[in-house]
Design a protein around this ligand. Structure first.
Ligand code: FE2
Length: 351
């Protein structure tokens, strides 16, 4: 495996635990992790520059300064209403991941699924929005889109690891949410530390210290390359307090999740339905890409093949894959929770 471990140093591979080269305390003492962070940041800067004609100056400025953009009333009212109707009627392969007390359920928006969702397709494929996504992800290809529902407080006695402040990975990466319902402390707002995506000397020092512990970091997600940060450390890092995005429905949030973020606390047994986008790339490849249509279709196929393979591996062990299939109606139902319900109930349509 050693040749593979070495090659992975030049990819987005991030786990200190899974890769003894990336996780080597000696190499990280010598600056391997920090060098990867710096080179990835320089490459991302170059790619932002290449793709800057695709996004408005104001959006570019806000994103590079804060690490996020918030666009309220994103769709005209009639279109937003039509989009919600399409989501309410959506059936398809639902995949679910259980993390602590939270369920994340998704339907992948392939070209085929989008055929039945003309408003959604028009919005996601609009030149303006795709341009913004391409700039913010520093990658000249479409993100992967899902309809996603996050159901909080539905599994007993476990803490959701996504509620801890963290950086997804060591390089710039884009995630976006078009919220289909109001987001508040009731259903857990996305929470972000403004400016925490910027590579400062203090952040570099923090990355360095974490990388030396690497595979033995106390938090298992941290050891796998998604570093956790204490809120008390933010001041040391020269960062402000986290900002919770309590926003009305029809708000689009785009964030660089290299910055520190978390899923905010949800006070109730609740759900949060959204269109979710995700884009990540090899952080060491300076070429933004050619924006070829078949690349996205190939990515969808690769995701489906990967998930099917994970299903088979888990099945052979008598287990469920992390992202396992659930009923086609699952997105629109609240699961049984001993905290709340005795039987599944249909969720009200996204109003
Ligand atoms: Fe995250």
């Amino acid at each position: 495996m050693w040749p593979v471990y070495v090659v992975q140093v030049f990819t987005g591979a991030k786990s200190f635990k899974a890769n003894p080269v990336i996780g080597s305390p000696l190499l990280n003492r010598l600056g391997l992790h920090v060098a990867r962070v710096i080179v990835a940041a320089m490459v991302a800067r170059f790619r932002y520059l290449c793709l800057s004609p695709l996004a408005e100056a104001g959006h570019r400025k806000n994103y590079l300064r804060d690490g996020f953009i918030v666009l309220r009333d994103y769709l005209p009212e009639a279109e937003f209403h039509a989009l919600k109707s399409e989501v309410n009627a959506l059936q398809g392969e639902v995949r679910q991941c259980v993390q602590g007390d939270t369920l994340t359920q998704r339907i992948l928006l392939t070209d085929n699924v989008l055929k039945a969702m003309p408003t959604c397709q028009r919005m996601l494929w609009s030149k303006k929005l795709l341009g913004l996504f391409k700039f913010t992800s520093a990658k000249n290809s479409n993100p992967i889109f899902y309809v996603q529902n996050i159901k909080s407080n539905v599994v007993d006695d476990a803490a959701d690891p996504q509620r801890t402040l963290h950086s997804d990975t060591f390089h710039a990466t884009m995630k976006a949410w078009l919220f289909l319902e109001e987001v508040s402390d009731r259903n857990g707002p996305f929470t972000y530390v403004p400016g925490s995506h910027r590579l400062t000397l203090k952040r570099l020092k923090w990355e360095y210290q974490n990388s030396i512990q690497g595979s033995v970091l106390p938090n298992s997600y941290g050891a796998r390359g998604s570093l956790r940060v204490n809120e008390s450390d933010l001041a040391t890092l020269g960062l402000p307090s986290p900002k919770a995005f309590n926003v009305p429905a029809n708000t689009l949030v785009i964030a660089n999740t290299n910055g520190f973020h978390r899923r905010g606390e949800a006070k109730e047994v609740s759900s949060r339905m959204e269109i979710w986008a995700y884009s990540r790339t090899n952080p060491f490849n300076p070429f933004p890409g050619f924006g070829l249509r078949w690349y996205t279709q190939l990515s969808h196929l690769a995701i489906q093949k990967y998930l099917a393979r994970q299903d088979r591996i888990a099945e052979a062990k008598g287990m469920k894959a992390s992202w396992h299939r659930v009923g086609e109606n699952a997105l629109h139902e609240m699961p049984v929770s001993s905290r709340s319900e005795k039987s599944p109930r249909k969720l009200p349509e996204v109003a």
